[in-house]
Ligand binder design. Structure first.
Ligand code: CP
Length: 314
């Protein structure tokens, strides 16, 4: 493929290939082995139109570990503030001949649109409530390393499903790999028609968490609630926040995940988040660098091959 826009476009074999490569990068990162030849001579531009800590930092680190020239566009200080459109900004940067463009945008579909206008590889770093493919891939690698497999697992995704691109990408990825997915949350935060994706829906944590292998918690995404109903945090934690009592209904070796940023005491009890015997939240962050290295490595191979076919120098 030329771009990484979403999990929707990926075949299970492509997912496995990417995770296998990311697994190797994860091992090499632990041993301090760099691979600066992989993206040597290539330019990576990170354009984040929405706040980010993990995704932005790990894409930057991943590019640097693979030897790319990495540029972070400070979108707050860019000419977007003077009324320039996303597409005009993208065309301007495209004219500077980047090879990899990493984009986060608050509007669903904006990254797909941008990818049609440029001639470099585009990686979606999260668009609105649509997709966050590298998050789902890093979650998958974390699960595979913790459980030894990525199929036939009972996986609960809990909380604000309706506004979550992380949930959407995970539902697609974990479904493609033949896992059983349960969505748990208030009916007001459950998207219409979600059962078409072959998931089970619960509004009761105790019932939904029964014997699951993986518990994935999500943040209440108030920035995407568009003035709609926002539950009280106290009430929400009481009914849907993960604490020891609710987690006791999952399998004894169930792992706890959260994509971050997390709100302690709202969707998750801080003690559970910090419990190194159950929580793999920091592992998820670690796998994020490896997965982004693998994604950019594979796209760069395709880019180089396409340019060679067209006799364009890299
Ligand atoms: N999980 C995630 O996308 O975190 P950031 O918003 O900090 O990048």
């Amino acid at each position: 493929a030329r771009h990484l826009l979403g999990i929707e476009q990926l075949h299970p074999l492509e997912i496995t290939t990417l995770l296998d490569l990311a697994d190797t990068y994860a091992d090499h990162n632990t041993r301090g082995l760099a691979h600066r030849e992989v993206l040597a001579g290539l330019t990576q531009i990170n354009m984040f139109f929405e706040n980010s800590t993990r995704t932005q930092a790990s894409f930057e680190l991943a590019g640097k570990r693979l030897g790319a020239d990495v540029m972070n566009m400070g979108m707050q200080a860019s000419s977007i503030k003077k009324g320039e459109t996303l597409i005009d900004t993208a065309l301007t940067l495209n004219a500077m001949r980047p090879d990899l463009l990493v984009v986060r945008h608050p509007q669903s579909g904006a990254v797909d649109l941008l990818a049609q206008k440029v001639n470099c590889a585009v990686l979606n770093a999260g668009d609105g409530r649509h997709e966050h493919p590298t998050q789902a891939l890093l979650d998958a690698l974390t699960i595979r390393r913790a459980k030894g497999r990525l199929h036939r697992l009972n996986i609960a995704i809990c909380g604000d499903i309706a506004h979550s691109r992380v949930a959407r990408s995970n539902i697609m990825l974990l479904g493609k790999m033949e896992n059983r997915i349960r969505l748990i949350g208030p009916p007001t935060l459950m998207p219409a028609g979600i059962t078409d994706f072959g998931v089970e829906v619960y509004d009761d944590m105790v019932k939904g968490l029964q014997d699951v292998d993986v518990v994935m918690m999500l943040r209440l995404q108030k920035e995407r609630m568009d003035g709609g109903f926002i539950p009280s945090e106290r009430e929400y934690f009481h009914r849907y926040g993960l604490d020891a009592a609710k987690l006791a209904h999952a399998k004894p070796d169930a792992i706890v995940m959260h994509p971050g940023p997390m709100n302690r005491g709202v969707e998750i009890d801080g003690t559970i988040a910090d419990d190194i015997n159950r929580s793999v939240i920091q592992k998820q962050v670690e796998m994020g660098v490896a997965v982004r290295m693998a994604a950019m490595d594979l796209l760069a191979r395709n880019l180089r091959a396409a340019r060679q076919d067209n006799n364009v120098m890299v």
